[in-house]
Design a protein around this ligand. Structure first.
Ligand SMILES: Cc1ncc(COP(=O)(O)O)c(C=O)c1O
Length: 458
């Protein structure tokens, strides 16, 4: 690390002493890291290797901030996968703007309690500006609103808890056999986790031949299961990137008086892209929605935007009561009252700053760029004589196979590419067959480079 410029000394601190030197070092390290391209070879190591190289760090006397930062720089950070490498195309990667990452640091430095308006008004106002942009893209009324939570898992849980409590209030209590929620097998695993947490049963709706949740299949399930309180539709399934038939689903949900939750953790970003926006028709009639800006809206971990058409239903569900909370101003916008949390970091601020810096038009361009990269790679696969797309892509996830290869062949190739730092592309299964999967969320990914690497599958 270079020698940093000194930062003015902080006021006297009786217990911690003057920490200004270490503040300077940490800020300098962060500034260098944000602008530096990441190393695709950074990867996990065993705990015993890390213990050997890091040495003891938590000691009675402390090792000092400079030494601890050195351990982080040389041993710990290199043992973490660089999420924003343009050739990281596994799972759902994350590719935050530098503005967003830098503002994460600012958000931490400002040390804001983002749960209550009276403590975090300025930050919550800015977060709400970002949420209002999302609500406008959804086509929801100005009265819609929500809050930022840590990720899609907690966003889905909080939304479904609101749906369940609303059904309980409207239908006069819990049905004798308990509540049920309806979704397809393509719904994210966090929906099943939420169902277990809420102690509700999952009713599986069969998908059509192209793996979509459709209106007719949903209608048949709701006719047979009157105690379904919510339907979860996907706006971008994780494995395949498909958007369910939202318009027909909205019709059926209205007809049966069932809550419609849309999980757009990954694909919700497509709302900003004119080329795929028509796929989302019907989303304007949903009751709740999530999108993870840490996936495809260029914000760092951990950030999920949770939006409700009628936020007062969330408030009735999530507001916590205790004698020491009695004096809270309940008339203001309190994010703590809208999800399963109380203390919270103002984690929407990096997204707000990035949007404010670059503008929403540039966000549309960036999402379109991932889509066009995916289309270019898909075309190359279609045209190749040794690869085959197994499903028609809708957003920016591609599933393809190398006919003749086994699951072991894919795993060996994927591992070899990862170890060499060439590409991160891991196999998955599709209709019980092993296939390869690419997820594009980074506008800096060069399609030509990906196509060149796919040649190694020949
Ligand atoms: C569609 C979908 N929903 C929910 C989640 C869970 O989000 P998180 O990992 O932020 O909890 C994911 C994660 O990949 C997802 O793709």
């Amino acid at each position: 690390m270079n020698e940093p410029d000194a930062i003015d000394a902080t006021p006297d601190h009786s217990v911690w002493g003057d920490e200004s030197d270490i503040v300077t070092l940490a800020v300098q390290w962060s500034a260098e890291r944000v602008v530096r391209h990441t190393d695709p070879l950074s990867t996990a190591r065993t705990a015993s290797e890390l213990a050997r190289d890091a040495g003891p760090t938590i000691t009675a006397a402390g090792i000092g901030g400079e030494a601890a930062l050195r351990v982080f720089d040389r041993v710990l950070e290199p043992a973490t996968r660089s999420q924003d490498d343009p050739m990281n195309l596994a799972y759902i990667p994350s590719a935050p703007t530098r503005a967003a990452v830098a503002f994460d640091l600012v958000t931490s430095a400002a040390n804001i309690f983002g749960g209550l308006w009276e403590a975090g008004a300025g930050a919550i106002y800015a977060e709400n500006e970002a949420l209002a942009w999302i609500a406008r893209m959804l086509g929801w009324p100005d009265t819609a609103g929500g809050c930022f939570v840590s990720g899609g898992t907690s966003g889905n849980l909080s939304a479904l808890m609101t749906a369940r409590e609303t059904a309980k209030a409207r239908r006069g209590g819990r049905p004798p056999g308990g509540w049920q929620l309806a979704c397809t097998t393509t719904a994210h695993s966090s929906i099943h986790s939420a169902a277990r947490t809420l102690d509700v049963d999952v009713v599986t709706v069969p998908t059509d031949a192209r793996d979509h949740l459709t209106g007719p299949a949903l209608r048949a399930v709701l006719e047979a299961h009157p105690d379904v309180f919510a339907v979860v539709a996907s706006a971008g399934t994780t494995n395949e990137g498909l958007v369910d038939d939202l318009s027909d689903i909205a019709d059926v949900c209205r007809e049966f008086g069932v809550w419609m939750h849309v999980d757009g953790a990954y694909g919700g970003a497509g709302l900003a892209a004119p080329s795929v926006r028509p796929l989302f028709a019907g989303i304007e009639r949903a009751d709740s929605f999530i999108v993870d800006p840490h996936k495809w809206l260029f914000a760092p971990f951990d950030c999920c935007a949770l939006v409700y058409r009628e936020p007062e239903l969330a408030r009735a569900t999530h507001t916590q009561h205790a004698s020491y909370l009695d004096n809270i101003d309940r008339e203001s916008w309190n994010p703590s009252e809208l999800a399963l949390h109380l203390s919270r970091r103002a984690r929407g601020l990096p997204l707000w700053f990035s949007l404010a810096t670059h503008g929403t038009d540039r966000y549309s361009v960036a999402v379109e760029q991932s889509l066009s990269t995916a289309r270019e790679v898909a075309d190359a696969i279609r045209e190749s004589d040794f690869l085959r797309l197994v499903a028609e892509p809708e957003l920016s996830v591609l599933l393809f196979e190398r006919p003749g290869w086994s699951a072991e062949d894919y795993a060996e190739w994927s591992h070899r590419m990862a170890v060499a730092g060439t590409i991160l592309c891991v196999p998955t299964t599709w209709h019980d067959a092993a296939v390869l999967r690419l997820a594009f969320v980074n506008p800096e990914t060069d399609p030509a480079r990906v196509i060149e690497v796919l040649e190694t599958l020949r």
